[in-house]
Ligand binder design. Structure first.
Ligand SMILES: [Zn+2]
Length: 226
């Protein structure tokens, strides 16, 4: 694997793999936390995607310090959607120019017009090279977004998708993403295929990064007669 340097590739660094499983003491309860990802864009823009629960502040700062960064070095916060295990530490990033929670963009009390026009195909570039893009991927919630990192150090395109993909295993067992709660399963199925078509790797909402190969694509492709 070539890691490239900071000026030739956008660096995707998974700070923590998320998880979700049934609580051992109460089978009607879940234990879950999100996958949290740092993107160091090659133009110097630093983006964090999904900030874990409100109880993870010190932990998340320690993870950033491990990358030589402080909370104040983050320029953009993206939460793939507004659930509590994806937005909990947004408060750490008070010098960021934008917090994007699902398709809602803000800074302090200023709310910006991105994704407000009703254009389903709108893409928002986070870097000056227009290689790191946010787009709507509705399904798990209707406001969900994903970040697409082109020209990554991993060799190709990385989709940071939040709960569009719960984890790698949901490719073979779609009850995993459906039972995790889907506000629009049909749309989620379509967006999963669209993302698989363009990505070489996927960072799911609650598991480790995984590669997208021809087998994965064949499983996600929606038959034409459906
Ligand atoms: Zn989640």
């Amino acid at each position: 694997m070539s890691t490239g340097d900071l000026t030739s590739h956008n660096q995707v660094i998974v700070l923590q793999d998320g998880y979700s499983y049934q609580d051992a003491d109460n089978e009607s309860h879940m234990r879950a936390n999100c996958t949290s990802t740092l993107i160091r864009c090659r133009d110097g823009t630093n983006v964090i995607v999904d900030t874990m629960t409100a109880w993870d502040g010190e932990h998340l700062q320690t993870l950033l310090h491990g990358q030589g960064l402080d909370a104040k070095d983050i320029h953009v916060v993206v939460c793939t959607h507004g659930h509590s295990d994806h937005i909990g530490c947004n408060y750490l990033f008070q010098t960021a120019r934008m917090h994007l929670v699902g398709a809602c963009a803000s800074n302090r009390d200023l709310y910006m017009d991105h994704f407000g026009g009703g254009d389903e195909t709108e893409e928002l570039a986070l870097d000056s090279n227009k290689e790191v893009l946010v787009r709507r991927t509705p399904g798990h919630t209707l406001s969900c977004v994903s970040v697409i990192v082109n020209n990554s150090q991993l060799g190709g395109t990385v989709g940071i998708t939040g709960d569009l993909f719960e984890r790698k295993e949901d490719i073979d067992d779609d009850s995993i993403w459906r039972d995790a709660g889907s506000e629009d399963p049909k749309s989620q199925e379509e967006e999963r295929w669209k993302m698989a078509e363009i990505c070489d790797f996927i960072v799911p909402g609650h598991g480790p990064i995984f590669p997208v190969n021809a087998i994965v694509r064949s499983k996600l492709k929606i038959p034409e007669n459906k």
